[in-house]
Design a protein around this ligand. Sequence first.
Ligand code: NAP
Length: 340
Amino acid sequence: MKPEIVLVGPIYAATMRQLESAYTVHRLWQASDPKALLSTLADRVDGSVAFPVTEGNVTAGNATPTPVTLPPVAVAVTSGGRGMRSDEMQALPGLKLITCFGVGVDSIDLAVAQKRGIAVTNTPDVLTECVADTTWMLILATIRKAVFNDAFVRSGKWLQGSAPLTDKVWGENMGIIGFGRIGKAIARRAEGFGMRIAYHGRAQQKDVAYPYYADVAALADWAKILVVACPGGKQTENIVDARVLEALGKEGYVFNISRGSTIDEQALVKALESGSIAGAGLDVFADEPRVPETLFRLDNVVLQLHVGSGTHHTRNAMGQLVLDNLAAWFAGKPLVTPVI
Ligand code: NAP
């Protein structure tokens, strides 16, 4: 019998296929009654598995249906966006591992998981470079108006004259909120563009020579390009608020590849509408896949659909880490990329 896992929400299709071949997968999001599914998986005295598993115990004609106790399902797989709610953890008292396809685990309550003795893994490092590429795609596309200019050409407007000139990217000041793996990969690319770099985090990093700003608004005031690359969750909720946007100012741009929760979205929409900041490039939103419709009408913003890590190469590597963590857990070995 294949080991059983709960798949909380859909992930990369190729990884789901690999999961299906190695495990019995219970798809929670497709269940007509998810609560009932979780309760069946938690309480595994299953009268429908009528006979002892060993064939030798059953002889034709006199077999008596015997309830078999299966172990409760102990492993869940989920995506960074979907995570796993505390009530879902509670509904699976035997849960021992949540494997997250994604590096951000803000949609899993780690304190609850820890209290319940549930290990959590994620997929760090393998996605860093592609997310940094996506950030740079947004920076160049927004500031050099790639999307606007593309529409300009396609609509035949070039025949009537040129599009407006744009701001420049190279040599500007870049402030990075969250100077971890992705923040540093964005900075490495910025070095190639001759930029000055400064960062904000909860504390100054010993091995980092770039200037540290303890105050996000002061960093925004200094920067022309402000990049948000910290984790989501309560601690960073609206870390970029109206005050920070005001400090960024009319010539400043903000880029978000972290989580929608890190920017006060209403304040951002207002700032983009009024021109109190120059522009924004956004990969993530507060209520995905819903995006404030006002943004659809604005030329000073470039919108992506949470595709920071969205290349075949990276998604395969993330899937492999999910599979490696599961294999390690089922083999009783140390987890490959534990968060807790
Ligand atoms: P990481 O290496 O853990 O870096 C996170 C950085 O954020 C650290 O330097 C940390 O520094 C800082 N930080 C943590 N809490 C903070 C707080 N309360 N205030 C300010 N800074 C804080 O993580 P990563 O691999 O770079 O990933 C960063 C995030 O990117 C993920 O959590 C995820 O949300 C997002 N992401 C998005 C996509 C996408 O598709 N758009 C893809 C992958 C990841 P200190 O500990 O010094 O504060």
